[in-house]
Design a protein around this ligand. Structure first.
Ligand SMILES: *Cc1c(COP(=O)(O)O)cnc(C)c1O
Length: 225
């Protein structure tokens, strides 16, 4: 079981390298973030042992229960928050995560800036864009993205790039292209886009960080996506 997890991981890593080369990109120009929500620490540990250090979690509470001991044992770990962040969880989130990928409103950005200062921390951020303008989904509307990026920068948040989760029922390509052009306009280099269903397309369209869950870990229990 553990061997097959690492085997799968290595295979996907190889495949991603090939896809990058095919796209005329260098093999190290796109990172793999493993989306480890609902995965127990014992499973995650195998990947850390195999040398993988980039992980993403969706829920602050779940991550706080799981990651502090792992962080102590694996100092190379980089942990991203990829799920929505409520303002009452900002302090907890900053105490654990290295990067927050779900900055999507000025109020949240202000709270993060304030708390960052209070905890004497300098974290990194992605602005999440709701490229499909879906009501139920987090993210800033595309037309307000640049304004929010500038706002974040002005209050001292180090914005590395943009993140999107395309609508489940649409072809992802236009969403990835939109994110790419928004990032260009904002002068940002990092693009967090591409999941298990669509990472080959995301690679062709300039992703610098894929977020993979089921492709590596297998299906999650149906509870939450
Ligand atoms: C769960 C999740 C992923 C991974 O999704 P898979 O389809 O399992 O690869 C990526 N990004 C976010 C924001 C997620 O919540």
């Amino acid at each position: 079981m553990q061997n097959s997890l690492i085997d799968t991981y290595r295979q996907i890593q190889q495949e991603i390298h090939s896809l990058l080369i095919q796209a005329g990109r260098s093999a190290d120009s796109c990172e793999i973030l493993l989306a480890s929500k609902q995965q127990p620490a014992e499973i995650i540990k195998n990947l850390l042992e195999a040398g993988h250090h980039l992980f993403g979690e969706n829920y602050v509470q779940e991550a706080l229960g799981k990651w502090p001991p792992l962080r102590a044992s694996y100092p190379k770990l980089r942990l991203h928050l990829i799920g929505p962040l409520q303002t009452n969880k900002v302090a907890a989130a900053l105490s654990l995560f290295d990067v927050i990928e779900s900055v999507d409103r000025p109020k949240l950005a202000e709270m993060l800036a304030k708390e960052q200062q209070k905890q004497s921390l300098q974290k990194e951020y992605f602005v999440q864009v709701n490229t499909g303008s879906e009501d139920q989904k987090g993210g800033i509307p595309p037309q307000k993205t640049q304004e929010l990026v500038v706002f974040c920068q002005n209050i001292g948040l180090k914005v590395k790039g943009l993140m999107t989760i395309p609508p489940a029922d649409q072809h992802p390509a236009p969403h990835f292209s939109l994110l790419y052009s928004l990032a260009q306009r904002c002068g940002l280099k990092e693009l967090s886009m591409g999941m298990s269903q669509d990472y080959p397309i995301a690679i062709r369209l300039g992703s610098t960080q894929l977020r993979l869950g089921t492709k590596i870990f297998g299906p999650r229990p149906p509870k939450n996506n």
